[in-house]
Design a protein around this ligand. Structure first.
Ligand code: SF4
Length: 382
């Protein structure tokens, strides 16, 4: 795990000012080059998602060979998930929005895992009722980004266990305890649910191949902090006769308080915009957000501000600047001093309030069919 004097990045913690190029080198992943992006753009019909054009996704494992296969007629599928411990925040949606882009552009199946079991095992303060409730609430938010019900399948762990368990048995036999202990830092007091969960998280990467009896590659868009989870999956894939999942890694979206990543826990609640925050709370959080502005208006007009360290700019960059023109206008206005932080936040709030309204309406619509996407049977019975 990268851990030097300046930053710490693990699946459980992101701290300090992250040097993303250095992190990529430490993890041993490949850069998402202009050449690879141009190839993806061509395959996708001439346009890239802003998460790709703005450098938020910046690293990968085996994307080039995945695209080689796709060009030769070998379809792949997408996999992403959520551990339901509370409401989602806006940055949680990014990986699903990129998956949606792939689904729409390339017509790909999407598999979503809701790990209500894992969150119950990992958080002693959460009851089963809460993990189940948050599992469904989070699922509505995820599906509301616009997934096609016909191409979208959900493993809701406690409801889908009959479909997952036959493959989990095979996967679990390939993972030594010493490996999960080293990767996840398990201690003697760790409950055994979390140990077995490692197998359950791996299953969706292989499930379509298993179900269809043919080798189907998988692409996982995720934060680069999650790479260690999937290294383990990649290590055992070929031994089970399945392709190694390819990964697309993003930078962390910084928190509103200037922390390295948005967080959903305890006193850090003001660090993130939760999807169930009322408008007044959203307003307060954005107005108090950490910026790259100067100490005085006069100084900012004269010197310009610093977008790269600003949590508000990070929100524009990740989702709220809907066009490249708008993103360039905000960035240039910020750097030149023509745009002041109060006005910038006001414009952003308009976008956020509009987004929340649209999202709420979409969320209400998906409730009608969300539970029909939950996979409950093993392949033989499908
Ligand atoms: S003008 Fe906007 S983007 Fe620039 S530092 Fe201020 S709040 Fe951030």
């Amino acid at each position: 795990m990268p851990n030097n004097e300046e930053f710490v990045v693990t699946p459980y913690e992101v701290r300090g000012r992250v040097d993303y190029d250095r992190l990529r080198e430490l993890f041993g992943t490949q850069p998402l080059t202009e050449e690879l992006l141009a190839r993806l753009k061509r395959l996708a019909g001439g346009e890239l998602h802003p998460l790709l054009t703005r450098g938020i996704y910046y690293s990968h494992r085996d994307l080039a060979s995945l695209l080689d296969g796709f060009e030769a007629g070998r379809r792949f599928f997408l996999y992403s998930g959520r551990g339901p411990s509370g409401p989602l925040h806006t940055s949680h949606l990014s990986q699903f929005e990129l998956c949606l882009w792939f689904q729409k552009r390339l017509g790909l199946p999407m598999y979503i895992q809701i790990t209500d079991d894992e969150k119950f095992w990992a958080r002693s303060g959460l009851s089963r009722e809460e993990t189940l409730r948050w599992g469904l609430e989070n699922l509505y938010d995820i599906l509301a980004v616009g997934f096609d019900p016909k191409l979208t399948h959900v493993f809701f762990d406690s409801k889908s266990i009959a479909s997952l368990y036959p493959l989990a048995i095979r996967v679990a036999r390939k993972i030594p305890y010493s490996t999960v202990k080293a990767v996840f830092g398990f201690e003697p007091a760790t409950n055994i649910g979390l140990v077995f969960y490692t197998a359950l998280q791996t299953v969706p990467c292989f499930w379509p191949s298993w179900a269809e009896g043919t080798s189907i590659p998988c692409l996982i868009p995720c934060g680069i902090d999650q790479d260690p989870h999937f290294r383990l999956t990649r290590d055992i894939a070929e031994g089970l006769g399945y392709p190694k999942p390819a990964l697309l890694h993003s930078r962390m979206i910084p928190g509103l308080l200037g922390e390295a990543a948005m967080s959903t826990t305890g006193s850090s609640a003001d660090n993130a915009l939760f999807l169930n925050d009322p408008p007044k709370v959203v307003e307060r959080k954005v107005r108090n957000a950490f910026t790259g502005g100067r100490a005085t208006v006069e100084e900012q007009r004269r010197l310009g501000a610093v977008p790269e360290i600003c949590s508000v700019w990070a929100l524009w960059r990740s989702r709220f600047a809907e066009t490249e023109e708008k993103f360039a206008e905000i960035t240039e206005g910020c750097r030149s001093g023509a745009l002041l932080c109060g006005e910038c936040k006001g414009q952003l709030l308009e976008r956020i309030h509009a987004f929340y309204k649209e999202h709420d309406a979409a969320r209400t619509r998906v409730k009608e069919w969300a539970e029909t996407t939950i996979v409950t049977a093993a392949p033989k019975e499908l």
